[in-house]
Design a protein around this ligand. Structure first.
Ligand SMILES: Nc1nc2c(ncn2[C@@H]2O[C@H](COP(=O)(O)OP(=O)(O)O)[C@@H](O)[C@H]2O)c(=O)[nH]1
Ligand SMILES: [Mg+2]
Ligand SMILES: [Zn+2]
Length: 353
């Protein structure tokens, strides 16, 4: 049986668990949502169900997902989940049609934003993913996969680096194995890694490489449909052979953003940096005097596409926020900000997410 420490039971969770003061409960981690039962790790019972009290309370974004920590009354076959511990990080997206918030993965320490070298690199999409990852509270790493298909990856890496400020970029090939050692270095013992990126970029192929077995189904891409098809439908926490855990995610055609507690500014640190120099603290960077952002755009330091991308993501989030209860939205922003701040502060101290 894996110990909570093997499973990434950070001080953040241990402290919460201690304050519950329920000595007969044990911490356990959600491996997968099995529709009504949850697959668990770290406790004896392989499956858990919600206590009567939680059944009504844990709906929507509070419903446990892969990566969540819970406190359970253990058993031989079934455990009863009595508490959900607050998430350290959560990747949340706005689902394409429904518009409802959907938690993709909880308590991921580091997201591998996977992109592929063979097709036109979508820089704007990388900016969107980076914003979502920073917003989640986790740290991003960009994985440029399929480098076996290009002669020279250097220009692509340079292009990515121009928008992914300070984010590590690891060129790899899931087919030839190039770069996998460097990728392995991004996975510490007890770390939880998430894989995100468009369909067909090779997330499941990379997962299988890291796992050393064919755990995830790889899609055959038809020439006329470079997107491939979604087959990773279940999000599951997979144990890596050298320690650490992995959550593969289904290819998401749409990754709508819905919160901004600092994610946009983290992904656009260049623009945010100039904004701090504006004469007015509430400068909208339109026609205000002393606007450092407009000056940077005029000087060509901030490219017009990057500026448009920043604006687009901000507008998208604002449009979503106004549709929601304004008080709730403000509180959530504060909460996210606090999480984000503590994660950033921690990464400054330890150099790790
Ligand atoms: N040439 C090449 N093909 C790859 C690489 N990684 C994945 N593929 C192929 O890309 C397709 C999609 O891979 P898959 O892992 O299912 O992508 P996912 O949708 O992101 O999970 C499959 O045909 C893979 O064989 C790579 O590094 N090089
Ligand atoms: Mg897949
Ligand atoms: Zn300004």
């Amino acid at each position: 049986m894996l110990s909570p420490e093997d499973l990434g039971f950070h001080a953040f969770f241990a402290a919460q668990f201690a304050t519950l003061d329920r000595p007969h409960l044990t911490p356990a981690r959600i491996v997968a949502d099995g529709q009504g039962v949850w697959h668990l790790a770290g406790c004896r019972a392989p499956l858990g169900e919600l206590s009567g009290r939680l059944r009504g309370a844990m709906a929507g974004v509070d419903r446990p997902v892969a990566g969540d920590w819970v406190a359970v009354a253990d058993g031989d076959e079934r455990a009863i989940i009595h508490h959900g511990l607050r998430r350290r990080t959560a990747l949340v997206r706005r689902a394409a049609d429904a518009g409802a918030a959907q938690v993709i993965a909880a308590n991921v320490d580091r997201f591998f934003v996977v992109t592929s070298a063979n097709r036109d690199l979508n820089i704007r999409r990388i900016e969107r993913y980076l914003t979502a990852v920073w917003e989640s509270g986790a740290a991003p790493v960009i994985v440029l996969n399929k480098v076996d298909l290009v002669e020279d990856a250097a220009p692509l890496i340079a292009e990515i680096a121009s928008v992914a400020l300070g984010v590590p970029i690891v060129p790899v090939s899931a087919i030839t194995g190039t770069g996998l050692n460097a990728l392995q270095e991004q996975i510490g013992p007890g770390a939880t890694i998430g894989l995100i990126g468009s369909s067909g970029v090779g997330k499941s192929s990379l997962a299988n490489r890291l796992l050393g077995r064919a755990a995830q189904q790889v899609n055959a891409i038809r020439d006329d449909d470079a997107r491939g098809r979604h087959t990773t439908t279940r999000r599951e926490l997979l144990m890596l052979p050298n320690g650490g855990m992995l959550v593969d995610t289904p290819g998401m055609r749409e990754f709508g953003l819905l919160e901004d507690g600092g994610g946009v500014d983290a992904a656009f640190a260049d623009i945010a940096g100039f904004a701090e120099e504006c004469r007015f603290a509430d400068c909208r960077h339109e026609s205000e005097p002393g606007c450092a952002v407009r000056a940077a755009i005029a000087a060509g330091v901030i490219g017009p596409e990057r500026w448009a991308s920043y604006r687009k993501l901000q507008k998208e989030i604002a449009a979503y926020a106004t549709r929601r209860d304004p008080v709730l939205a403000a509180n959530e922003r504060k909460r996210w900000k606090a999480i984000h701040k503590s994660v950033r502060a921690q990464s400054r101290i330890t150099g790790k997410p």
